[in-house]
Design a protein. Sequence first.
Length: 349
Amino acid sequence: SSRSSSSSRISSSSRSCSSNKNGGGVGGGDDAPKKRKHEGDDGGESDSAAAAGKKGGPTHKKGGGAAAGAAASPAIPKTRQEQKQLAKDRKRFKGGSMYEKIEESKRIWERLRARETSKPEKRELMERLMGLIRGNVYNVVFKHDVVRVVQSAIQFGTAAQREELFAELRGHLIDITKSKYGKFLMVKLLKFGTREHRKLIIRTFQGHVRQLIRHREASAIVETAYRDWANAGEQARLVSELYSPELGLVGDARPLAEIVAASPERREQIAKNLLDALMPVLDKGTIAHSIVHRALLDFFGVASKQRIVEMVACLRELCVEILHTKEGMHVTMLCLWHGTPKDRKVILK
């Protein structure tokens, strides 16, 4: 009887183990759903992939877009030589028919500006250079590299060659003055040009001074012409435009005191015009120019007490930037004289 009971227990235990292994029992009930869930997940993924394939889903669309983008975009150059070649191709495309002439002119320029190049060789190089840029000077002066070629042509050319170059540029001086790179050409024209060239440049600025002194690039050229190359009469005519547009067009070279003495009724209007012209200059950061200091000093000579107080409030933090000229030093003294105790404290600090 004991053998039969033990054999029955062994058989029942073996049946329970086999049922657990096959998914029966409590443990089997927990494992079976997990297995079915896992199989269901595989099936769900395959079904969703199939559905995406039918509907053009994101999986196939993403792969197709990447392949299409890779086929459409050009290969990115990896080596330095390939990058240089790509840059050269782009310049050739932008330059058009002038590309070869520009490249040849830059090669000539490298030899022209060298110190070891003899004067006879420079004359020969200038003849070749003029043949390349003749008739296209204005089209290339706005490029950062080619404008240097024209600058060297102005510097090393003969009087006849400079006259020829200036004749091509004389109708576009305002545009060149406003250019980021062309302004350096204007400096060369003022330095190496004739007296007639300088007179024409300064005469061209008349009627545009109010606009040019507000321009960050052009204001430096107006200042160079006013400070270094203009005589007293030309300086007065440039500043007179700030008194009144009519005086600028006429080119009145009289001092402001004489103008006000001859027409006292214009005193208030001149002060208002000077204020309107100078306030934008203070905001633009071009207050360091001597032509602005001259206009400020004239303003203090004709403005009312109220306008002077307003100007001192604007100038009190900028006086240190105008002390390097005679007129600027005088303006600073007037600010100390007419300013409030707070204004004086700010100026001295």
